[in-house]
Ligand binder design. Structure first.
Ligand SMILES: [Fe+2]
Ligand SMILES: [Fe+2]
Length: 536
């Protein structure tokens, strides 16, 4: 009898356990569904292209159906605009997402606005909420349109935030208290933009808390890819991505120099036409791949005409990314006899992506391998820039003043000739010909340096010489060369005799032998050395 009772009791206990587990799963399901319903916005909202009279907004939902934005001046939400979401399907399981993009039109300059986005709820929650709302409202966000007559602006420029979202987030956290009026991102938001699912964790999550209220102006990077995902998400009209905008004393042009279509020359003409037609006091340009870059990808987009065209257009600052480093060049002087501007080039590719090397040179005012972002404050004729690292430390500081369109003399004294900066890049990228075999003791071998220089507008005096540890090679006399201002192709050859056995390991050959290129352009005297390398 007792055994029977105890069996029944165990059986009841088991049933209770199973029932409580089922109940737990049910409650969890309801809670999760509710959680998804409470957060129907899966990306954004992100404010884009804010100007004096309009602003674009985007966000993403997982649920199909139109969304809307209610907005208005101050705290009043008295206007409404509905969205027609674009459906995207991604990943192996062809998951669906819906991108909502709208323009908030007829805004007034220099006014504070509030907005709230409304998105459809999940079908289950809609069923639960039959008596309530079938959509979900976000919290209320605020932004401010630029004032037509303001003389002051603060803005942030950064780039290459892809691949390491935790680092990107730390960079963004440092931006939060900078009171920026807008942010410019010079591209490479994600590791591969052809994979739609990367935009959430690598871009939208890290910029949360900033991009809802501070507009982002984005120049496309090569990592955004060609699938159209970037355009669908972050370009208001979904197509073109070269655009200019004004904010107080600044005119800014963001150019797409990675998409197929325009040649570099056409793109540069587009930039020049836009910037040249602006009468703003300060003119900024951002695009992804730099035109002047010593280190990382060693980019020279638009070479050899880019620097001249940008100077003739009157550009003050060119901020790019692509190479994951920080380098600010000394102002690059316009060619002799030209009335172009002195342009400051900055490669700011430290938004989170794995870092690259930089090769410091006399052309740099600052060069560092570090995660960072740049903050510009312009108050009329005075420009201040501070570059911050991930811990909030300042890694660079610049102050310049512009009077009657001219930068202050103290700054211009630090300028470098355009031709010299370009010549340095060419010499750095041109290596001596690799020796076809290991040189043998007492047997002469040829060192060949083939140099191709485009028209740089200024002649360069050059001396080439070989350098080695004393007594290990019999070296020829140095050779001199004058590169005319219209450029040309030159072949510099030396005959060298090893006085000891030569080994071939990693570069350079051992004992080491170096080709030194000394050059003189304008008042710049500089040299660059290349190791002699042999095939094993
Ligand atoms: Fe990059
Ligand atoms: Fe890039």
């Amino acid at each position: 009898m007792d055994i029977e009772k105890s069996r029944k009791s165990v059986s009841i206990q088991r049933k209770v356990k199973i029932l409580s587990k089922l109940l737990f799963i049910l409650v969890l399901g309801v809670v999760l569904t509710a959680a998804v319903g409470c957060a129907p916005v899966t990306k954004g909202p992100v404010l884009l292209r804010l100007s004096e009279d309009r602003a674009a907004l985007m966000w993403e939902t997982k649920v199909q159906g139109p969304g809307k934005v209610t907005y208005g001046k101050g705290d009043v939400l008295d206007r409404e605009v509905a969205t027609e979401p674009i459906q995207v399907k991604y990943g192996i399981n062809k998951e669906a997402a819906f991108i909502h993009k709208v323009w908030l039109e007829n805004l007034q300059p220099g006014r504070a606005y509030s907005y709230r986005v409304t998105s459809p709820r999940t079908p289950i929650l809609q069923w639960f909420a039959k008596l309530g709302r079938s959509d979900e409202q976000s919290k209320i966000y605020k932004f401010r349109t630029p004032s037509a007559d303001t003389n002051e602006v603060t803005f942030i420029v950064y780039g290459d935030s892809r691949t390491r979202p935790k680092v990107h987030r730390r960079v963004v956290e440092q931006m939060l208290d900078k009171k920026a009026d807008f942010v410019v991102h010079s591209g490479d938001l994600v590791s591969s933009g052809d994979h739609y699912e990367q935009f959430g964790p690598q871009f939208f999550a890290p910029v949360k808390g900033l991009a809802e209220t501070v507009p982002f102006h984005i120049a496309k990077g090569n990592h955004e890819g060609n699938s159209g995902n970037f355009e669908k998400l972050l370009i208001p009209d979904g197509r073109t991505n070269s655009f200019g905008f004004d904010y107080g004393p600044v005119h800014y042009f963001c150019a797409d120099n990675v998409s197929r279509g325009l040649t570099a020359e056409e793109q540069l003409r587009l930039i020049a036409a836009d910037v040249g037609s602006s009468d703003a006091q300060w003119k900024f340009v951002s695009y992804h791949i730099p035109s002047l870059n010593l280190g990382g990808h060693w980019s020279a987009w638009g070479h050899p005409d880019a620097l001249r065209i940008l100077s003739e257009a009157g550009v003050d600052f060119v901020l790019t990314g692509h190479s994951h480093q920080y380098e600010r060049f000394r102002p690059v002087a316009p060619p002799v006899g030209s009335s172009g501007s002195y342009v400051t080039y900055i490669t700011s590719g430290g938004g989170g992506a794995p870092l690259h090397d930089v090769k410091p040179s006399l052309y740099h005012a600052q060069a560092k391998v570090i995660n960072h972002f740049c903050v510009f404050n312009i108050n009329g004729s005075k420009l201040t820039m501070d570059t911050f690292d991930i811990n909030g430390g300042t890694i660079d500081h610049l102050e310049v003043i512009k009077t009657n369109g001219q930068l202050n003399k103290q700054y211009l004294w630090t300028a470098v000739p355009m031709a010299a900066a370009q010549h340095h890049w060419i010499l750095a990228r041109t290596q001596p010909k690799k020796l076809p075999a290991r040189p043998k003791k007492d047997q002469p071998f040829q060192v060949t340096y083939k140099l191709s220089v485009p028209a740089l507008g200024e002649p360069a005096k050059m001396i080439f010489k070989l350098r080695c540890d004393e007594g290990t090679y019999k070296l020829p006399e140095p050779k001199t060369l004058t590169v005319p201002k219209q450029g040309g192709t030159f072949n510099v050859e030396f005959e060298v005799v090893p006085l000891t056995e030569v080994k071939v390991s990693k570069k350079p050959i051992v004992p080491a032998l170096w080709l030194e290129c000394h050059y003189e352009i304008g008042r710049v005297r500089e040299h660059i050395s290349h190791p002699i390398v042999a095939k094993p």
